[in-house]
Ligand binder design. Structure first.
Ligand code: ZN
Length: 123
């Protein structure tokens, strides 16, 4: 079966050309990720700027969307390094999380290095 290159839209119309159902498909950590499109305007917006549309729908930025892919859907650590920078490490265990879950956990949990003392403080 031939695979359609991402991103693309898939629409269903009735005999009068009325829109019945539409979805956009965009790259995700695990490949094709669907997003529901509710109107012709949304189809248009998605086609113009798939990444922007997808990010907007989730209340996120395009940078966060790209980071979600770069991290294979693993949230990054909330810790701060000794140099005062945001830790770039990934939270252990999690992988291929859907964007919603990734956004909720991103910068809220800790990597193996930063987890220790904070974990104890939580208990
Ligand atoms: Zn860390």
């Amino acid at each position: 079966m031939e695979r359609t290159p991402l991103p693309y839209t898939d629409t269903r119309e009735d005999v009068d050309g009325k829109l019945l159902d539409a979805a956009g498909y965009i790259q995700g950590p695990r490949g094709r990720t669907p997003i529901r499109l509710n109107s012709s305007d949304e189809i248009e917006s998605f086609r113009k700027d798939p990444e922007g549309f997808f990010a907007d729908r989730h209340g996120a930025t395009v940078e966060q969307y790209r980071d979600w892919i770069d991290t294979d859907g693993r949230p990054r650590c909330a810790g701060i390094t000794a140099k005062g920078r945001q830790c770039r490490k990934l939270v252990p265990g999690a992988r291929f999380w859907p964007f919603e879950a990734w956004l909720r956990a991103h910068r809220r949990n800790f990597c193996a290095v930063h987890r220790g003392p904070l974990d104890r403080a939580d208990r």
